[in-house]
Design a protein around this ligand. Structure first.
Ligand code: ADP
Ligand code: MG
Length: 357
């Protein structure tokens, strides 16, 4: 009896392994082909990559968990798109050019249609930005997707969070709060009456921002040597700007323990926040600034820059069709103050950004 059971266990495991190889070969191997710069990709124990001369490797990782980072009924295509997009967004914020990515995929079961759509979502972005899939791992369990992406920057030119100083201007690309509005439509369309006043176009735009964020890679190389710091907005403007202020304060303090008086702060002018018509309408109706200030899922860049360099950056970005808006400045007092035409605003709770724990 024992013998029979272990035979079946072994047999089942062999089937699973065969299925796993079939899955990798069928859905993921094609995503690795037809690109330059990869000496060995999927199929060996590791990938072997060419590193351009005088460049440094930038490596980023982000995990998406079903029900946490995306609603459980999100389309496979959109899940794949987002898993890759959020990593490419990190590379953009570092001033890097994207090179390749790997995929650690945990699946609850083998669903051919789901996998086909998932692979199509990856293909769409990887073709757009010419990044091959170079390897990964496939396991069984609750749906979880981890992408690790690699990029290059010329030596010592990576754009960091830690470079801002007092009086730098704070800018953002495109508009804020769109992804968070999309999440409201995805989760609260029935219960939040305040969404009913928005048009179909505004709804589509918001859902698209949530499900298919576009990493700002078109402008990543323009940031080098021009901005003093950059971060991509994934957890909300206030939370992500706080990271910049903290890292920059630590660096200026020579890495010593920070005292509150050594902490940089920021002043944000609410009327300057770039908002789409949908987000604007929601904010006006609700008098809540949560969407643009603390809504996650924007994947826009928050940049700090010395005022001397602003004209240069604006020219570079407008040549790429990317709107840039100055929303405030870095100050020498800890904390982020929101003002409306110069008057300090109490924006209430919920402005802290998304926190997992
Ligand atoms: P190992 O036994 O060395 O862990 P695996 O059986 O996990 O190798 O994977 C075999 C090959 O397929 C490796 O080259 C690996 O990088 C690749 N691979 C596995 N899963 C994925 C995936 N989800 N996406 C892309 N490549 C994958
Ligand atoms: Mg493995």
């Amino acid at each position: 009896m024992y013998c029979l059971r272990s035979f079946f266990c072994l047999y089942r495991r062999m089937l699973e392994v065969a299925l796993e190889f079939d899955l990798i070969e069928h859905y993921f191997l094609p995503l690795s082909q037809g690109f330059d710069g990869v000496e060995v990709g999927i199929g060996d124990d590791g990938a072997v990559l060419d590193v351009p001369n005088d460049h440094q490797l930038v490596v980023v990782t982000d995990t998406l968990v079903s029900g946490v980072h995306f609603p459980e009924d999100t389309l496979a295509y959109d899940i794949a798109w987002k898993a890759l997009a959020v990593n490419l967004s990190d590379l953009a914020a570092m001033g890097a050019e994207p090179a390749s990515y790997s995929l650690a995929l945990t699946l609850p079961d083998y669903d051919a249609e789901w996998l086909q759509n998932f692979a199509e979502g990856l293909r769409a972005l990887s073709t757009k930005f010419k990044v091959p899939l170079i390897g990964g791992d496939t396991t069984k369990g609750p749906l979880t997707i981890t992408v690790t992406a690699q990029g290059w920057v010329p030596n010592q030119q990576a754009v960091l969070r830690s470079g801002t100083q007092v009086d730098d201007l704070i800018c953002v690309t495109n508009t804020l709060g769109e992804g968070a509005l999309g999440l409201k439509f995805a989760l609260e369309a029935e219960t939040d009456d305040r969404l009913h006043g928005l048009s179909r176009t505004e709804r589509t735009r918001a859902l698209n921002a949530l499900n298919r964020p576009m990493p700002q890679l078109a402008i990543s190389t323009d940031l080098r040597g021009v901005v003093s710091s950059a971060i991509d907005i994934s957890d909300g403007l206030l939370a992500d700007l706080t990271h910049v202020l903290k890292q920059s304060s630590i660096r200026q303090g020579g890495g010593k323990k920070l005292t509150p008086s050594a902490m940089l702060g920021a002043e944000i002018e609410l009327t300057k926040l770039p908002l789409s018509s949908g987000v604007k309408r929601y904010v006006e109706q609700t008098k809540e600034w949560g969407l643009p200030l603390s809504g996650g899922d924007d994947y826009q860049l928050c940049l700090t820059i010395s005022s001397n360099n602003l004209a240069k950056l604006s020219t570079l970005l407008s040549a790429k069709g990317v709107p840039l808006t100055v929303i405030g400045k870095v100050v020498d007092q800890a904390g982020i103050t929101c003002v409306k035409q110069g008057v300090i605003q109490n924006i209430g709770g919920g402005e802290k950004g998304y926190c997992h724990f």
